[in-house]
Design a binder for this molecule. Structure first.
Ligand SMILES: N[C@@H](CCC(=O)N[C@@H](CS)C(=O)NCC(=O)O)C(=O)O
Length: 347
């Protein structure tokens, strides 16, 4: 019987409970990954073996970078400390097996989300951390200033990524007859290109920017061409079939983005605990308890923000104009500042 036709008291109760559930959500149960992470007391995070700005160990062996900060934020939310992370460096071809087999709990490794990866590999996307695009880099002295000038040129490329296929399709569509020089290992692709043995190098544009800083005596000797030949939305992936874990990773990322939108930073968070804005209070952990909906406590997001800063702070510290990689915020700016970063609302 529909609720509005004078239902019996027990039905009223049922409807009221359903309504309360709709409005508030019910407390979540922990899924198998969260259970395993808690029992182990450590999050095992798959990252790139060494990609400047995204994930690389520093001189003391401490992992640093944008993707590493996502691991740290999740660990802070789930385990109470951003340091409770074990990092597993994974090459492009190794990364999906490591996640599928359970070797890592989370893959936070400059990985593009595509339909095939999301739908057919036993993996699931969470949210987009970085909007990237595939591009080309050429030596500045080469005079090539457009990807359309790559006719019959050699292009260095690594396998195990989305890159080869998009290169092949781009070359075919524009009838460029590009000659691919394919490598299993990134080190070999780098060595060959920076020794001047390929006319161009193709990869995610952020990666090209990082590589020229690391390997070129003068980064200005290499130019990234203006064309973006494929969308490369990068984000953390988890195993399919653990809905609770998907939600946790997704909402940590959204929470960091929303924190930026609301002006909550690693340093302003303490003062904002006395804010009068309910949206801010939810984020800083003194308002409505969103943690219980994820199987976490009230302070889950506050801990993540204290550990890593909000999304904007993470971006600026690891990739922004003041870092060696020197990327502009561009399309990774917030939606209300001309970019694409739009967190679903944390409420
Ligand atoms: N975002 C692209 C490319 C990411 C990627 O794995 N890039 C390669 C270079 S093209 C890389 O990081 N290689 C490092 C390695 O294999 O250790 C993807 O997800 O397929």
């Amino acid at each position: 019987m529909p609720c509005h036709r004078r239902p019996r008291p027990s039905l009223w109760r049922g409807c009221a409970m359903l309504l309360a559930g709709c409005l508030l959500g019910a407390a979540a149960q922990a899924g198998p990954t969260l259970d395993a992470v808690r029992t182990r007391g450590q999050l095992v995070c798959g990252v790139n073996t060494g990609l400047l700005g995204f994930s690389a160990p520093d001189a003391q062996g401490r992992w640093q970078g944008f993707d590493v900060d996502i691991c740290r934020a999740v660990a802070a939310a789930v385990l109470g400390s951003a340091d409770k992370v074990q990092y597993v460096g994974l090459s492009a071809p190794q990364r999906f097996t490591a996640l599928q087999s359970g070797e890592v709990d989370l893959l936070s490794r400059n990985t593009t989300v595509t339909l095939a990866r999301d739908a057919s590999m036993g993996l699931q996307m969470t949210a987009i951390a970085f909007y990237d695009g595939q591009g080309f880099m050429v030596p500045a002295k080469s005079k090539i200033r457009s990807a359309l000038q790559l006719k019959d040129k050699t292009v260095c490329v690594q396998q195990g990524s989305t890159t080869i296929r998009s290169l092949t399709e781009f070359a075919r569509v524009h009838k460029l007859g590009i000659r691919q020089v394919v490598f299993d290992r990134l080190e070999d692709a780098n060595a060959t290109y920076f020794a001047g043995k390929c006319d161009a190098y193709t990869s995610d544009a952020s990666q090209l920017a990082a590589l020229r800083v690391k390997f070129a005596p003068d980064p200005a000797d290499h130019v990234i061409l203006p064309e973006v030949i494929a969308k490369e939305p990068l984000g953390p992936l988890v195993r399919r079939g653990d809905d609770e874990w998907v939600s946790i990773v997704r909402w940590v990322l959204y929470g960091l983005i929303e924190a930026e939108e609301l002006g909550v930073t690693a340093t302003s968070i303490e003062a904002l605990k006395r804010s009068t804005d309910p949206s801010v209070l939810r984020i800083v952990g003194t308002g409505e308890d969103t943690g219980k909906l994820l199987g976490l406590d009230r302070e889950w997001l506050a801990r993540a923000i204290r550990a890593t800063g909000n999304y904007g702070e993470i971006f600026e510290r690891n990739l922004g104009p003041k870092t060696p990689v020197g990327l502009p915020r561009g399309i990774n700016n917030l939606w209300n500042k001309g970019g694409l970063q739009y967190a679903l609302p944390v409420r």
